[in-house]
Structure formats: C-alpha cells, structure tokens
Design a protein around this ligand. Structure first.
Ligand code: HEM
Length: 256
C-alpha cells in the first residue's frame, strides 16, 4: 500500500458566500494542482445541506504536505485565495488510507469487456497456433508444454481484472517472469510476438473498439518489452510482486 495521506477539510459556508467560495477555490486549485506533493483533490458540496463542503486532498505524505507544500510558493498562492474562508473550517485533519478500498463495477473490467475466460482461451489458442508455425518464434517455443496457451490465458485474465487463477495455481508475477529468464528474446522476435497476438485478437473476435484495443495494445507493448528485458543477460529473478492489474486509459509514468 502507498504511504499517501488524505486530508479532509470540512467547511460550512453561508449560502450567500458560496459563489465566491467556489470561484476562489477554482483559482486556488491551480497552484494546488501544480504542487508535486499533491496526488489529487476534489471539492464536493453536500446535497442535503448546501452550506456544507468537503475538500479532499491526497498528499504524497503528511510530511510532504506539512514541510513541502506548506513552505512552498504554491502554498502562498493557494492560501491567498482561500484565506477568507479559514474561519468557516469545521475540521481539517489527515487520514491514513486503510486496506479497505477498491473500485466498483460501474466500469467493466477489461476481462469482462474482452469476453471473459472463453474468449481469452480462444485468443491464446489461435495465437500459439500461429507462433508454432512462425519461422522466428517456433524455435523459442520448441517442446512447448501443451498447457502453455491455457496458462497465458489465465495470466491475461488476471491482469485484465478477472479471477486470480494464475497467482493461485502457478505462483504469481515472479513465476511468470522467471519463465523468460535466459531465453534471449530479440527485438524482431518481440515485434513478431506482438503482431501475431494482434492478428489472433482479430481472429478470436476480441472487441475492436478503440478504447479496448488501445488498452490491450498498451499492455502487450509493456509486457513484451519486460519479457525481452527479463530474457536478457542482465536480468535476475525479481522479488515476489503482485500480478500487475491493467485498466482502461493511460498508465501513469513509472516512478520508483
Ligand atoms: C505481454 C507479453 C507476454 C506475456 C503476458 C507472456 C506470458 C507468459 C507466461 C504466463 C508464461 C508462463 C507460462 C506457464 O506458466 O506455463 C510465459 C512463458 C514464456 N514466454 Fe512469454 N509472455 C509475454 C511475452 C513473451 C515474448 C515477447 C516472448 C518471445 C518472443 C515470450 C516467450 C516465452 C517463452 C519462450 C516462454 C517459456 C515457455 C516454456 O515454458 O517453455 N513471451 N510467457
């Protein structure tokens, strides 16, 4: 779990000042968003009592908030806008996220959207038929375990938000990565793997909408480049990590 902290600031703003309050916060949000210590923020208004507002700010840590943001020029700009409302604050405290968190089902997982277990099984079946008939890839997969296609379908299913069968039955991320150690995958082989998987996605009738295919392609690009790295001379078996969970939209940049 991350060390992020969530600050809640509860305001009670007299009804006749709410328009200027919202306008001030719209301006204050600019330096707030510009702070490298701010992860995200949201100001919400109570539906039952319009005078009540809650501002939620996720900080990289309490220390970053108190010693980074509070001493920065961003804070000076921010505070200049919201100073008139400080007297209307009812609570201003930091909260530590607990393990009870998650997302709801309002957006289907990539797994569900793709067509679930059956469609991914079809994908890998078609794909490995192509791989075994391919001049560049067939030598890498000589003597392939007949269960391989099924295992890769389980892996993809878990990555795309489906059941955790791969982790439960095979050992998770480091187990999968270790399967590539020492294979010496070349860039032309990686590119061929990507191309054949995209062809297989068409043949196995995976959804063709732009959103699904861009998320799918992004994962395949990411995963194959990792496979090349871990198959190379400098790689060692990584420590145990959870299976990566891929989602819709852009992935955030990797920041160690
Ligand atoms: C998104 C990219 C990739 C994914 C998700 C993936 C997935 C997997 C998984 C789950 C296994 C282990 C299967 C098992 O547990 O039995 C595996 C093994 C393997 N993968 Fe990949 N892989 C990827 C990229 C690549 C690429 C680019 C190549 C080569 C061009 C490759 C070649 C192999 C080989 C040779 C094995 C070992 C097969 C064996 O057991 O003999 N993989 N891969």
């Amino acid at each position: 779990m991350t060390a992020h902290t969530v600050e809640y600031i509860r305001y009670r703003i007299p009804a006749d000042r709410s328009a200027e309050f919202l306008a001030a916060y719209t301006r204050a949000a600019v330096p707030l968003a510009a702070s490298p210590h701010c992860v995200d923020y949201e100001l919400t208004r109570c539906e039952d009592d319009f005078e009540h507002y809650i501002l939620r700010i996720t900080w990289t840590s309490t220390k970053d908030h108190m010693e980074g943001f509070r001493r920065s020029d961003h804070f000076k700009e921010f505070f200049a806008e919201i100073r008139p409302y400080v007297e209307h604050i009812e609570e201003m405290r930091h909260y530590t996220p607990t393990a009870v968190r998650g997302t709801g089902a309002s957006t289907p997982t990539l797994y569900a959207w793709a067509g679930g277990e059956e469609r991914l099984a079809r994908l890998t079946e078609v794909f490995y038929e192509k791989v075994l008939a391919d001049d560049l890839l067939a030598p890498l997969f000589a003597g392939l375990d007949p269960e391989h296609a099924h295992h890769v379908a389980q892996w993809l299913g878990e990555v795309f938000g489906g059941p955790a069968h791969y982790s439960q039955e095979h050992g998770g991320h480091s187990h999968m990565v270790a399967k590539h150690l020492g294979k010496g995958i070349t860039e032309p082989q990686r590119r061929r793997w990507v191309n054949l998987l995209q062809d297989a996605a068409d043949e196995a009738a995976l959804p063709t909408d732009a959103e699904f295919r861009s998320a799918f392609a992004a994962y395949v690009e990411w995963g194959t480049r990792l496979a090349v790295y871990f198959s190379g001379p400098d790689a060692t078996r990584p420590t145990d990590q959870p299976v990566p969970l891929w989602n819709w939209g852009a992935a955030p940049p990797y920041q160690p």
